[in-house]
Design a protein around this ligand. Structure first.
Ligand SMILES: Cc1ncc(COP(=O)(O)O)c(C=O)c1O
Length: 391
């Protein structure tokens, strides 16, 4: 698979490229889009074949055969992640943002507090707010090696007693922390102790490298199955977010019935393109493609890490997975407005502002490395120029 071939997505109504000018003032023609979490690679051939098949048959009507789709998901989870999930536990939603909002509505009440470990994917807080629930931020801490860790002793002192649910991002967005079995088990014990439900958002589950293995929450802590909701999708791994298709798996019978009662009233059905793309992705061919993708992403990360860390005052958090790198600018001593302006105006790079990911993100920017190596090289040299007075 050739991940190096440039793919110009400008002018195609691609959010990542066509919205960077209105969002950051980064010019569309000269800028580098490194914010929204999707990748710039050509779609894998097996995805193109799936769409081609639909096109050739020319039939976009009502469809059946959904067992093949849920069985493909089941096969992927079992073979890639060692997780046996019952197809009866699966509900298809309009992407995972939608799935998270549905889960909050189904299983919690307005005013309930929902825990997030910040900084974290900004849409968690947005969904919690939109559904009338209240964000309870529990800050991650950095260990001596610079990795994010949860600090349960500290969290015990922060609880109000109104918390009802925890939202975990695993692997973590930003920075791609791959949580260990011990960490996942400690979180499970915390949920049991405080009688909390848990959404484990594992959308980035396939994108690990450097010898890291992602562990699904129900594999790490099967004893909390009754309070666990899993959210997964082929969308990040295969870059098919536009298909707006995700899976919510509610494993415990009692929780599933509660979820189902709410979900039934929404009368949602999967769409043909999302189903066919997911089926095509969750195959042995898809697995081989992902192995090559993650090796390539690791190469991008190593290159970016070396280039960014050579700039005095900038520090890239060690990555264990994902393509969402996390750069700390605190060592520059600059205000957020200044380092952000240098990145947007001098380097002409659109990066995600860290403060939008919650407490602890203020001095960071998130750079998406899911792009051609040449773009990552260009980003490094632009950043080195933009901060060259610090050399
Ligand atoms: C952790 C996490 N969950 C959910 C989503 C969004 O999923 P979807 O596009 O299916 O709504 C993202 C997108 O970046 C994400 O990083």
């Amino acid at each position: 698979m050739d991940f190096d071939t440039p793919k110009d997505r400008r002018g195609t109504d691609c959010s990542k490229w066509d919205l960077m000018e209105p969002a950051f003032g980064v010019p569309t023609d000269e800028g580098l889009a490194m914010w929204i979490a999707d990748m710039d690679f050509a779609p894998a051939p097996f995805l193109q074949n799936a769409v081609q098949g639909l096109l050739e048959r020319g039939d976009y009507g009502y469809f059946c055969g959904l067992e093949r789709y849920t069985q493909a998901i089941q096969w992927w989870m079992r073979t890639r992640h060692g997780w046996d999930v019952d197809t009866d536990a699966m509900f298809t939603t309009y992407g995972l943002g939608n799935g998270i909002a549905i889960t909050l509505n189904a299983l919690t009440s307005p005013g309930d507090e929902v825990i997030t470990f910040t900084p974290v994917y900004h849409e968690f807080a947005i969904k919690i707010g939109k559904t009338g629930r209240v964000v309870k931020e529990l800050p991650l801490v950095q260990d001596a090696g610079g990795l994010y860790r949860m600090d349960f002793d500290h969290y015990e002192t922060l609880l109000s007693g109104r918390e009802r649910l925890v939202m975990l991002c695993s692997p973590h967005n930003p920075a791609g922390r791959v949580w260990t079995r011990e960490e996942l088990r400690a979180l499970a014990a915390f949920c049991e102790k405080h009688d909390l439900l848990l959404i484990s958002d594992e959308i980035h589950m396939d994108l690990t490298y450097g010898g890291q293995t992602h562990l699904p929450m129900p594999v790490a802590a099967p004893e909390i199955t009754d309070r666990l909701v899993m959210t997964t999708s082929a969308s990040k791994t295969f870059n098919i977010a536009g298909a707006r298709t995700g899976t919510i798996s509610v494993l415990g019978e009692t929780l599933r019935e509660k979820f189902r009662a709410f979900f039934r009233g929404l009368d949602m059905q999967p769409n043909l393109f999302g189903v066919r793309l997911t089926e095509a992705a969750y195959t042995p061919e898809g697995a081989a493609w992902v192995d090559q993708l993650t090796a390539y992403l690791e190469g991008n990360y190593r290159l970016f890490e070396a280039g960014v860390n050579a700039i005095p005052g900038l520090k890239l958090m060690p990555m264990q997975g994902t393509y969402l790198s996390w750069v700390d600018f605190s060592g520059t001593g600059m205000e957020r407005a200044e380092f952000s302006a240098r990145v947007a105006e001098r380097a002409k790079i659109a990066a995600t502002p860290g403060h939008t990911l919650g407490t602890g993100g203020e001095t960071f920017l998130r750079f998406n490395l899911g792009t051609q190596r040449a773009q990552v090289e260009a980003a490094v040299s632009r950043l080195q120029d933009a901060f060259s007075d610090l050399q």
